[in-house]
Structure formats: structure tokens, C-alpha cells
Ligand binder design. Structure first.
Ligand code: NAP
Length: 254
């Protein structure tokens, strides 16, 4: 049993991480800006409450991210965490597959976080996951309300169940710090058009799809599937299985 400090433990991924760690018998500390949502109240942006929550924790999972303004605050947040967790034995940072080859502002900030962690004295592992089924599910729920859903149908995704990423994080956090980047993806690469058709087969909506032309370089990277890692297709739940089973929508719970 270890004491594990989890940032982002109230998020779509983090809530599964917390459950997985608790199932292993860990004492899990969950940082949140909101009273009652975690075990400790704090804000990585200012650093308030972070040192108290991190004190004495051997292991750290950093799954917090603020996607507003393309994650501009993420580097500052990561630096506050590194300072508070300087004595940790292992910090696992959750990142995203392909961020070093996709020119998207949010990814540029995530890359800066990776570099900050890798150049710190804290032993680390970086787990880059592909997009979660839950994220595309959120997009599809928004799209199904429209008479015609305008989507970049030729983008490629290798979505993975957030809970499977969480299980991997639970194992890796307890392993030795790898001091490297490890990719983890879902079982198959599909276009968004294929995903939308499978969603419609199960749920009857969206009624009509329209391909949005996206000529810019970030879009090209998603069309080329630079956000995928077919050589690490380690998740097992397929998109079809997810769509058939989907209950809660974690991106609407907060
Ligand atoms: N979504 C995907 O498809 C995907 C794929 C691969 C990797 N990732 C990465 O996985 C991680 C988790 O993603 P997610 O989609 O689960 O995120 P999410 O649902 O948006 O949750 C974000 C979390 O960050 C916390 N947070 C944000 N700002 C904070 C602050 N200033 N201080 C303390 N906590 C703060 C939030 O906590 P409170 O609101 O409770 O304070 C919340 O728990 C991120 O690093 C993301 O880049 C995501």
C-alpha cells in the first residue's frame, strides 16, 4: 500500500485512476479546486493547498489539465506540482499520443509540461494515451442534436476507454520510474466518419452528417492519424462496444 497524490482525480480519466488505486489498497489523495469533490482542496494554478496535499505521498499521478485557453496554464500548474512533490519516488504524467508532431496549441503546452517533468529531479514516467472514447462520445452527443452534424469526418482516431488507461496508470505508477515516454492506444484506428456511422447505427442519430473541410495543418495531422499509435493498440474495448454500453457522460458531470 502506498500514499498516492492524484491531480485531476475528479476528471473523466482521473476518477477511474482513483478507483483503480483504491482497489489496490492505496491511500489516495485527490486534489480539486472544489470543496467536497476531492479529499484536498487546492489550486495548481496558484499552488494553494498543493504542498499540503502532496506532503508525504511517495507516488504522484498528474492528470490535471486546464483546457481553457489551449492549456496555457498547464506549464505553471505542472511547475507548482513539481515543487510540491519534489520528494516523490515516482511521478506519472498523463499526456497525449502524437503531441510532438501535431501543431496544436494545447499540445504545445502539454509538450512543455513533459519537458519540464523530464528535466526535473523527480523520477518520472510519461504515459501518452490516445483520445478517450468518452471524449468522442461527448462530441457525438452534441452532434446528434443537430439536423445536420458538421464534422471533420476524415480525421482518424484510435480511441481508448478511459478506464483502461486508468488501469495502466495504476500498474505503471507502482512500477519503476521509466524516465521515458510510453504510448498507449485503443484497439483500432477509425475515421470520425466511421465512428459517427457506428454511433448512428446504435442510437439512430445524428440523422445526417456533413464533412467539414479543414485545410489547416493541425487538421492535416489528424487526417494522417499522427494522433494514433497502431503499434501500441493495447486497449481492448472497441468503439462499438463503448457506444453500446455508454451510460454516464463524464464531461457533463462537472
Ligand atoms: N480527454 C482525452 O481524450 C485525453 C486523451 C489523452 C490524454 N488526456 C490527458 O489526460 C488528462 C485528463 O484528461 P481528462 O479529459 O480526464 O480531463 P478533465 O475531465 O477535463 O479533468 C480535468 C481535471 O483537471 C483538474 N484541474 C484543472 N485545473 C486545475 C487546477 N488549477 N488545480 C487543480 N486541478 C485542476 C480538474 O479538477 P477540478 O475541476 O475538480 O478542480 C479535473 O479533475 C489530461 O492531462 C489530458 O490532457 C486526455
Amino acid at each position: 500500500m502506498s500514499t498516492v497524490f492524484v491531480t485531476g482525480g475528479t476528471g473523466a480519466l482521473g476518477r477511474h485512476v482513483v478507483t483503480r488505486l483504491q482497489e489496490r489498497g492505496d491511500e489516495v489523495r485527490v486534489l480539486s479546486r472544489r470543496w467536497g469533490a476531492g479529499t484536498h482542496v487546492g489550486d495548481l494554478n496558484t499552488g494553494a493547498g498543493v504542498a499540503d496535499a502532496a506532503r508525504g505521498a511517495e507516488l504522484v499521478v498528474h492528470a490535471a489539465s486546464d483546457t481553457r485557453r489551449f492549456g496555457r496554464a498547464d506549464l505553471r500548474q505542472t511547475e507548482h506540482l513539481l515543487k510540491a512533490a519534489k520528494d516523490a519516488q515516482h511521478l506519472l504524467y498523463v499526456s497525449i499520443v502524437g503531441i510532438d508532431s501535431i501543431p496544436y496549441a494545447y499540445y504545445r503546452h502539454k509538450l512543455a509540461c513533459e519537458q519540464s517533468i523530464a528535466s526535473s529531479a523527480v523520477p518520472y514516467t510519461i504515459l501518452r494515451a490516445t483520445q478517450f472514447h468518452e471524449l468522442i462520445g461527448w462530441l457525438m452527443r452534441a452532434a446528434e442534436r443537430l439536423p445536420v452534424a458538421p464534422l471533420p469526418l476524415d480525421f482518424r482516431f484510435q480511441t481508448v476507454a478511459a478506464d483502461e488507461v486508468a488501469a495502466r496508470i495504476g500498474e505503471m505508477t507502482h512500477g519503476d520510474p521509466r524516465r521515458e515516454i510510453v504510448d498507449f492506444g485503443g484497439p483500432e484506428v477509425l475515421t470520425l466518419g466511421q465512428m459517427a456511422e457506428l454511433w448512428r447505427t446504435e442510437r439512430g442519430r445524428p440523422r445526417r452528417l456533413a464533412r467539414v473541410p479543414a485545410p489547416w495543418s493541425t487538421a492535416r495531422a489528424f487526417r494522417e492519424g499522427r494522433n494514433t499509435c497502431p503499434e501500441h493498440a493495447e486497449g481492448t474495448q472497441t468503439w462499438t462496444q463503448f457506444v453500446a454500453s455508454e451510460g454516464e457522460n463524464p464531461y457533463r458531470l462537472r
